[in-house]
Design a protein around this ligand. Structure first.
Ligand SMILES: [Zn+2]
Length: 59
């Protein structure tokens, strides 16, 4: 099996990991109640998704 001849420098490791940072999640507002929510997710406030009530919420 091929094995690296030399240890990677800390600088080289850091340069590779410079692309690993996470971005904050983008939130969109619910078309019914306007609550910010992640896309493709049932609304946590009114329980609606694609215009249908999927989760009953106490209100
Ligand atoms: Zn909603």
């Amino acid at each position: 099996m091929a094995v690296p001849k030399r240890k990677h420098s800390n600088s080289r490791t850091g340069k590779r990991r410079s692309h690993h940072a996470m971005k904050p999640k983008q939130l969109q507002s619910c078309p019914r109640c306007g609550t910010p929510q992640p896309s493709h997710v049932v609304c946590p406030n009114c329980g609606q998704y694609m215009g249908r009530t999927l989760v009953e919420t106490e209100e």
